[in-house]
Design a protein around this ligand. Structure first.
Ligand SMILES: Nc1nc2c(c(=O)[nH]1)N[C@H]1C(S)=C(S)[C@@H](COP(=O)(O)O)O[C@H]1N2
Ligand SMILES: [Mo]
Length: 156
């Protein structure tokens, strides 16, 4: 079964916009072979930061400050939050052997310079470009709304 999933992208300086995979790829100025950055993964990809800049340009956003973080969420509600400094080499894989991803559809993130392989989020449907330095310099990941026991204790 194939469902056509869309990807919601938001930035405080632009509107939230919905893209199909093809629309996202069309905005990417530079396509990469994922193997160039992730040797064990073969496929077609585009650079995260480059894509962000192209998207921002389509909205004539004058904001010169780059985001502080990027956050992604998958169909299974797995999320990852990464500081901008950790996504220098990050790419979105969107096709393998010319076909939509069999694993990770619609797009999959790879963070070769990230602190954990767990940041390689599959099946991304939401992306947020954030500006909040208080989110810190540590990447985090896990399932949405999964509150730890420690947090529960604090809230009580
Ligand atoms: N959507 C989604 N992506 C995910 C995960 C997940 O549970 N859901 N797990 C992460 C973790 S913890 C790891 S280690 C890798 C595993 O990638 P693999 O399935 O290619 O081995 O995927 C990451 N991406
Ligand atoms: Mo993991």
């Amino acid at each position: 079964m194939t469902t056509n999933l869309c990807i919601h992208v938001s930035d405080i300086h632009s509107t939230t916009e919905t893209f199909t995979v093809d629309e996202m790829v069309a905005l990417a100025e530079q396509k990469l072979n994922s193997q160039d950055r992730v040797p064990e993964v073969q496929g077609e990809a585009f650079d995260l930061k480059g894509w962000y800049r192209s998207w921002k340009n389509t909205h004539h956003v004058e904001e010169r400050e780059e985001p502080t973080h990027v956050k992604v969420e998958a169909v299974d509600e797995f999320q990852a939050l990464m500081p901008w400094s950790q996504v220098e080499q990050a790419l979105f894989l969107y096709a393998q052997e010319g076909q939509p991803l069999k694993k990770g559809y619609p797009i999959r993130l790879y963070v070769p310079d990230g602190s954990s392989e767990c940041l390689n989020v599959k099946s991304i449907v939401k992306i947020w470009f954030l500006r909040d330095a208080s989110l810190g310099e540590e990447a985090t990941y896990g399932f949405k709304n999964k509150v730890s026991l420690e947090e529960l204790k604090i809230k009580k």
